[in-house]
Design a protein around this ligand. Structure first.
Ligand SMILES: Cc1cc2nc3c(=O)[nH]c(=O)nc-3n(C[C@H](O)[C@H](O)[C@H](O)COP(=O)(O)OP(=O)(O)OC[C@H]3O[C@@H](n4cnc5c(N)ncnc54)[C@H](O)[C@@H]3O)c2cc1C
Length: 638
């Protein structure tokens, strides 16, 4: 029989129990706590990561952190920023090393707001999340661990997961019930093992890495750059860090070595001696070593990310790979973000529970691509150092002039991937394709450059109310809602289409009307106006292809759209990627500058579908069909 939870914070009923306060657990917890969910979050360490471990935040992750309002707290630590990567190899003749080229870490053909990698140690990043969680009333319980769990709908339909927790010193224990359990426990996940979920190894090659963070004295000229150095004495990777530090990665052993020993280790002194030999003729001495670790790593991917869509895994619990491209933490963030909004959509009442089945295929495919990339990347650097001319060509060419040169191709694909902009989710109920149940001819209008399952493109626009130039893609924060971008074309052309769009949106059977907030009358003008005051699930903004000074919100927009006046923009900024366009944002998206179009962006920033903006009910009908594929209510039907 279903047990009714008692109300109050001491109740042992939670929306979710999160085990592990590394990047994946913290991101999940932060999102869900902001959206009002009750969370039990534990970690078996007494304190956050004190030093070392992951350190690279990729450009796309920085966008995400900005979208969450956390970027400035990260940047306050004055992290190192890597704009270029330098390659050092043995010279044609003689000994030592010479620089053979440099390339942009995020080249200009990638339309990134922050074209650099941000380097900061994992603990400082964790603390930014922890501070945000505390603001929302979540305290991570430390050092606590999980000892058992079971998930059984028949025992309690609403809170089917029972979790046993205990203090690591065994002095206290607790049993709690939850709607969900999440393992963000890292590579040795207890939950994954208990579920009997296997780990597949794509590339059987394993490595042992030495990682050293410290302050050095050196005459090596690129110590403030990211460098890959090959020498006759071995290879090393140099990564600049905050507080004048530098990280060195040295491969200590590989399963391809004739005397391979997975337990092979090296002392701090041995690694330093090896680094000194590799860097010759330059000198290097350590003033201070902050962290040193020997880090054995094999590629692995969890066979399943969930068995019952109640107990989920993410981050390193699902995928492990080499640290070379700095992807671990970034992939962990995006796993959590993907799951967070889906749990919100289901628990908030927008979406059918089946939506949760999209988490594993979407994120597992990314992990599989990551492991493939990790293999390729390792080979690219360990087998054939690129020639300077190739490096130069790769950094300068635009993708339209891409040649068949394998190295250039791999480099470009890798940059897109490593920057985080290469993620492409396949067709499903969320990412429209011709096989989607929504079959309106208005979907996917001719000319659109937006690809469903990929991030919406960046665009600069001018906010109408205050003439501020802003990043359109950042205007709606990560608030768990779908982002409805109405590209409204020319006001004189789309006036009727906008009226019809607003009229049909206002219908109780539209995707928007069906999920109106009950307390709509109590929303004050200033309350959450830039968020989603009328709906937990949809935030709407409008972009006119017109000069800002020519736009009059109350004249050009019907009431339903005009009330989000802080989210009305003029598409009047020049864009270097399409210098001849009159309305660059419309043109970038491939939408008609006169007639516009409507873009539905998922809460995590990926395009769900694109529809033409037409007079009559067609546009809203098409979107109703799209949302009907996963929403709980029948939409658009009397
Ligand atoms: C020693 C080491 C060195 C690394 N170095 C690098 C590096 O140089 N570069 C790089 O890119 N990546 C590195 N990584 C990987 C990187 O840290 C991860 O990819 C990233 O942190 C993934 O985040 P996560 O949240 O999934 O897991 P983690 O960061 O591993 O977090 C897991 C958390 O769960 C906690 N936990 C585990 N089991 C339990 C349990 N049963 N109960 C309660 N809590 C539990 C752990 O204490 C930890 O806080 C390193 C990892 C390790 C272990």
């Amino acid at each position: 029989m279903e047990q009714q939870p008692s109300i109050g914070s001491s109740s042992p009923y939670y929306d979710i129990v999160i085990v592990g306060a590394g990047p994946v657990g913290l991101m999940l917890s932060t999102c869900l706590s902001r959206w009002g969910y009750k969370i039990k979050h534990i970690d078996n360490r007494a304190e956050p990561t004190p030093t070392g471990r992951a350190d690279g935040i990729q450009p796309r992750s920085l966008d995400l952190l900005r979208n969450m309002g956390l970027k400035s707290a990260i940047m306050a630590h004055k992290p190192a920023r890597v704009y270029e990567v330098a390659f050092w190899d043995p010279p044609q003749t003689g000994h030592g090393i010479v620089r053979t080229g440099t390339w942009a870490s995020c080249p200009s053909f990638i339309d990134a707001r922050y074209p650099f990698t941000t380097l900061l140690h994992q603990g400082l990043i964790e603390r930014v999340f922890i501070a945000d969680l505390e603001k929302n009333g979540v305290q991570i319980k430390r050092p606590w661990t999980i000892t058992d769990f079971k998930s059984d709908n028949s025992e309690n339909l609403e809170y089917p997961v029972e979790v046993q927790l205990k203090h690591v010193d065994g002095t206290a224990s607790e049993t709690v019930r939850a709607k969900y359990l999440f393992s963000g426990e890292g590579a040795r996940s207890f939950v994954r093992q208990q579920l009997g979920i296997g780990v597949s190894h794509k590339d059987p090659i394993a490595h042992v890495w030495g990682v050293m963070d410290g302050v050095v004295k050196t005459d090596f000229p690129d110590i403030k750059m990211k460098c890959t150095i090959h020498s006759e004495h071995g290879s090393i990777m140099v990564i600049p860090r905050e507080d004048n530090m530098v990280r060195l990665y040295i491969q200590i052993a590989s399963s391809t070595d004739p005397d391979w020993d997975p337990c092979k280790t090296a002392t701090e002194g041995e690694v330093q001696a090896s680094a000194k030999r590799i860097l010759e003729p330059y000198s290097i001495e350590w003033e201070r070593v902050e962290w040193y670790s020997v880090y054995p790593i094999g590629q692995g991917i969890s066979d399943k990310y969930t068995l019952d869509h109640r107990v989920f895994l993410g981050g390193d619990a699902c995928h492990t790979h080499s640290p070379k491209a700095g992807q671990g933490m970034n992939t962990a963030f995006l796993d959590a973000q993907n799951l967070a909004w889906k749990i919100h959509a289901v628990e908030g009442g927008l979406a059918d529970r089946a939506l949760l089945t999209t988490y594993e295929p979407e994120r597992k495919e990314v992990a599989e691509n990551l492991l493939d990339f990790d293999n390729k990347y390792a080979k690219l650097f360990s087998q054939r150092p690129p020639a300077a001319a190739e490096v130069q060509a790769a950094s300068e060419q635009s993708p339209t002039h891409a040649e068949d040169n394998e190295f250039i191709k791999t480099f470009k694909e890798s940059c897109e991937f490593t920057s985080g902009y290469g993620v492409a989710y396949g067709p499903n109920v969320l990412n429209w394709s011709p096989s989607h149940p929504a079959q309106s001819a208005l979907l996917n209008p001719k000319g659109t450059k937006l690809r469903t399952g990929r991030l919406m493109m960046n665009a600069d626009v001018t906010r109408v109310v205050d003439a501020n130039v802003v990043y359109l893609e950042q205007q709606i924060p990560l608030n768990g809602s779908f982002r409805i971008y109405v590209f409204a074309g020319k006001p004189s052309v789309t006036q009727q289409a906008l009226k019809d769009f607003a009229f049909n949106l206002g219908d109780k059977r539209s995707f928007f009307g069906a999920y109106y907030c009950d307390n709509i009358a109590s929303v004050s003008y200033h309350d959450n106006l830039d968020l989603n005051p009328h709906s937990l699930f949809f935030t709407i903004c409008t972009v006119f292809a017109a000069r800002r000074s020519s736009i009059e919100i109350s004249r050009d927009l019907p009431d339903l759209l005009a009330r989000y006046r802080d989210l009305v923009y003029a598409d009047d900024r020049w864009d270097r990627h399409i210098p001849d366009a009159k309305a660059a944002a419309h043109a970038k998206m491939g939408l008609d500058e006169e007639n516009g179009g409507v873009v539905v962006v998922r809460p995590d920033g990926y395009v769900g579908c694109v529809a033409s903006l037409v007079e009559g009910s067609g546009t809203v009908d098409a979107l109703n069909d799209y949302f009907s594929a996963f929403c709980t209510k029948k939409l658009g039907i009397t």
